[in-house]
Design a protein around this ligand. Structure first.
Ligand SMILES: [Zn+2]
Ligand SMILES: [Zn+2]
Length: 260
């Protein structure tokens, strides 16, 4: 399976010349595993996703914050008549999830609700364990204001853990390390620097140093740091990468594909 980073900026999309290496679109990652295409979150990066697939693609939402859902509004596939896209929401009731999305995508904020688009959007809720074809998905609650889901996806003996908008100091580092045990790829929120984190405890994001600890405790093979702060420049991210100095630890770059 492989994972393409379509957007990895945190909080809000940006488009500045000093941020072209790591990119400005918000959270969206495309996992391809056998016949399945699974998007992790529907941030603004979703607008650059392919639209044609042999099987309907699935979108797994970690939570409903705008930077994780805003791309749904303009994903061209949702405008294609006869297409189906499956949207998995965090485990509220289905009507609760619908109500939240309708609150964002409805007049006067947006002209249409997502279910009024010409393509079909089938909504489901995520349970603790479920399958999408041959891909198994396991979920846990991470620590984030309003909640966010941490996910582990496995296919043919390979796995990845998606821990965005996650502050493990408050969720319990050991719990996340155990959930990430021996995974091939850990995607981990490192929005803040060490200095910033001291002033933002409880905001539901973490740092590269915390990611490193989780990597070491879990035995994960690769770490991609994600959810870059909107103010962080390419030069700053490259400097942190250099300081860490390990080939298997990098900040995710928009457009890169990681083979697992
Ligand atoms: Zn976010
Ligand atoms: Zn969030």
């Amino acid at each position: 399976m492989n994972l393409t980073v379509l957007g990895t900026r945190g909080s809000i999309p940006i488009g500045r010349p000093d941020s072209m290496i790591f990119g400005g679109q918000t959270s969206c990652y495309m996992l391809r595993a056998g016949e399945e295409t699974i998007f992790l979150d529907g941030g603004s990066g979703l607008i650059n996703a392919p639209t044609r697939f042999d099987k309907p693609p699935s979108i797994l939402l970690s939570h409903f914050h705008l930077d994780h859902v805003i791309g749904l509004a303009m994903y061209p596939r949702l405008l294609e008549k006869g297409s189906e896209t499956i949207l998995y929401c965090p485990s509220l009731t289905l009507s609760g999830a619908r109500e939240i999305l309708d609150g964002v995508f409805s007049p006067p904020l947006w002209p249409l609700s997502l279910t009024e688009y010409t393509g079909t959007l089938t909504m489901r809720t995520m349970s603790r364990r479920f399958r999408i074809g041959d891909v198994s998905v396991e979920t846990r609650a991470g620590f984030h204001p309003g909640g966010a889901v941490v996910m582990r996806l496995e296919y043919e003996g390979r796995s990845l853990v998606y821990a965005t908008d996650c502050e493990p100091d408050l969720m319990g580092m050991a719990a996340l390390a155990a959930f990430s045990k021996d995974t091939d790829l850990l995607l981990f929120d490192a929005q803040y620097t060490e200095n910033e984190y001291g002033k933002r405890i409880g905001f539901g994001h973490a740092t590269a140093a915390i990611g490193l600890k989780i990597l070491e405790c879990s035995g994960a093979r690769q770490l991609r740091l994600i959810h870059h702060d909107p103010q962080r420049t390419d030069a700053e991210l490259l400097a942190i990468e250099k300081q860490i100095g390990r080939e298997n630890i990098r900040f995710a770059r928009e457009g890169e594909t990681i083979c697992l």
